[in-house]
Design a protein around this ligand. Structure first.
Ligand code: PEP
Ligand code: MG
Length: 323
């Protein structure tokens, strides 16, 4: 069983009806990058940069970050590396060198791109490090916690300025660095048509999207089963987000924990996804699940999935979708 799974490292992630699905990996360490490469991931779909800020006292400088990002790009030998800009906030940790504001409701406070835009020096040094790494292989930038168009435009403006500075200092950086938004705030998901033109790709963070959509803290055990992605509102929202992206021909992935659970693979494919980003620990299991699924059949079953009225109905659909 384990051995058979191991063999899938070199097999394509292809459905029964011959469609290739791209499996990217989520990485938050150097080891994750090496493992993702060995498992045949299509690239890194989510490189969480928080670890650089949390495993030390004080802030990592541009040079330290540049080395980490460059190593990730070199480690993936030409496959795409998606670097997410800092997604810290008082809800994630207070151990970084950033003085995080004390907030009564940190999950809804100054985190992600909000924190970055409020600390421009720190953000610029991260962008400089990322852009310098782009000279070593394909790389793109993913912005967390986007709520509105203005945030994307602000980040794009900073990137343009940083790129100009770096070139004038003699650094070789990529001609074009794709810019993407995490879709994890319901407002961004609903209003996606208003800013999809300002991004090159999107990645849906179902961990936070579930939390904010259902008003259910992702870390609050007292809520029991309420924090769960199999809610009819999530199905509808995911369907609309994926449709909007595809209509504009922008790549769309899901990078939350949902993507790494083979029990949900049929559902994500039915909703129209052809790209997933997941922890390398379950990449082969998800690849095995995909290789047993018929995409045409699943897509034909999508209307039934969207008609489900509750979690039990969605689970029933999933049980019927298993090959
Ligand atoms: C998410 O919110 O789904 C996500 C991938 O980001 P994180 O878990 O780091 O918040
Ligand atoms: Mg998130």
């Amino acid at each position: 069983e384990r051995k058979q799974l191991h063999r899938l490292r070199r097999e394509p992630t292809r459905t029964v009806d011959g469609v290739d699905i791209r499996l990217y990996a989520n990485a938050e360490s150097r080891e994750d990058v090496a493992e993702s490469h060995a498992l045949g991931a299509a690239g890194i779909g989510l490189y969480r940069t928080e670890f650089l800020f949390l495993q030390r006292e004080g802030l990592p400088d541009e040079e330290e970050q540049f080395h980490a990002y460059r190593d990730a790009v070199l480690g993936m030998t030409g496959r795409m590396v998606t670097i997410r800009t800092l997604d810290l906030g008082a809800d994630k940790s207070d151990r970084s060198g950033l003085t995080l504001p004390r907030e009564p409701n940190p999950a809804m406070g100054c985190r992600g791109v909000r924190l970055s835009l409020a600390n421009e020096d720190v953000f610029v040094s991260q962008l400089r490090a990322i852009l310098r790494a782009s000279g070593y292989g394909p790389l793109r930038i993913l912005v967390p916690m986007v709520t509105e168009r203005a945030e994307i435009l602000a980040v794009a403006g900073l990137i343009t300025r940083v790129a100009r500075d770096l070139r004038s200092e003699g650094h070789e950086i990529a001609e074009h660095i794709p810019l993407g938004a995490m879709i994890e705030v319901p407002a961004a998901a609903i209003a996606l048509p208003t800013f999809i033109g300002a991004v090159d790709f999107i990645s849906v963070g179902t961990n936070d999207l579930t939390q904010y959509l259902l008003a259910a803290d992702r870390n609050n055990e007292a809520l029991g089963e309420l924090y769960h992605p199999l809610h009819p509102a999530m199905m509808r929202l995911l369907r609309n987000v994926i449709r909007t992206a595809k209509a504009r021909r922008k790549p769309v992935a899901v990078c939350g924990e949902m993507a790494g659970d083979p029990a949900f693979t049929a559902l994500l494919l039915a909703l129209g996804l052809e790209e997933l980003s997941l922890h390398p620990g379950t990449l082969l299991e998800v690849r095995r699940a995909i290789r047993a699924l018929d995409l045409g059949h699943l897509r034909a079953q999508a209307p039934a999935l969207l008609r489900a009225r509750d979690r039990a109905g969605i689970e029933k659909w999933l049980a019927a979708a298993q090959p």
